[in-house]
Design a protein around this ligand. Sequence first.
Ligand SMILES: Nc1ncnc2c1ncn2[C@@H]1O[C@H](COP(=O)(O)OP(=O)(O)OP(=O)(O)O)[C@@H](O)[C@H]1O
Ligand SMILES: [Mg+2]
Length: 248
Amino acid sequence: MSDTSLVTLRGITKSFGAVKSLRGVDLTLAPGEVLGLVGDNGAGKSTLMKVLAGAIQHDSGQITIDGRDVRFASPADARRERIGIVYQDLALCDTLDVASNLFLGREPRKGPFIDRRAMHEKAAETLSELHVRVKSTYQEIGRLSGGQRQAVAIARAVSFQPRVLILDEPTAALAVAEVRQVLKMIRDVAAQGVGVILITHRLQDLFEVCDRITVMYEGRSVEDEPVSALDIERLVAMITRSDTEEAA
Ligand SMILES: Nc1ncnc2c1ncn2[C@@H]1O[C@H](COP(=O)(O)OP(=O)(O)OP(=O)(O)O)[C@@H](O)[C@H]1O
Ligand SMILES: [Mg+2]
């Protein structure tokens, strides 16, 4: 509720028919902050982030961006507020090359034609700024490793210059070195003032990049703590609610 808050969610609810996926969620995010969003399978994390990204509409509750109440009717509305999201399934086009994926739908043009040279130059520039290494921007996405694909998907989201960047399980399928790379990207992006929300089940990653952690349980936000106040055991207890009577 501080003035410095970039995003404030209050009392967000969402049902799908009889399923109450979100039962009242509060969350805040400051500029340049990395917030970990954790909770068991089905706790409602992805649903909450789809609400913030305009992909689904909530039933009640309030979304405030920079102190203004907003309501998103579509992903385009959220993009206009510079909220970017990378979904777990990435939504990249495997048969297109790296540069085309980065600029899909907004390719640089020369008259009626895509300016391929400019597009590849811009792509190389964007990737190098983010320290993403690919052999060539002409490589097909489908031929890259999982980590490289994830990095390209994040680079695409970052190239829209988001104020808020949501990453849903970005490291779940990655090898150790690839995880390092994604965590470094997260730190770099946050250092530029972007508020990052990171969903992950890899709890050790949270301690490397997050400032704060919000825990969800059965559609509610139940805990919100600075990382400095937590360790893995405590966090696991918070996620499973093994230290509270409400657990039943
Ligand atoms: N489109 C939908 N229709 C019906 N139920 C849905 C829909 N989307 C999500 N749900 C339900 O909402 C609940 C929360 O799902 P959600 O995907 O948000 O969980 P999550 O915290 O992201 O879990 P995970 O860690 O497994 O990804 C689940 O019970 C899920 O089945
Ligand atoms: Mg999910």
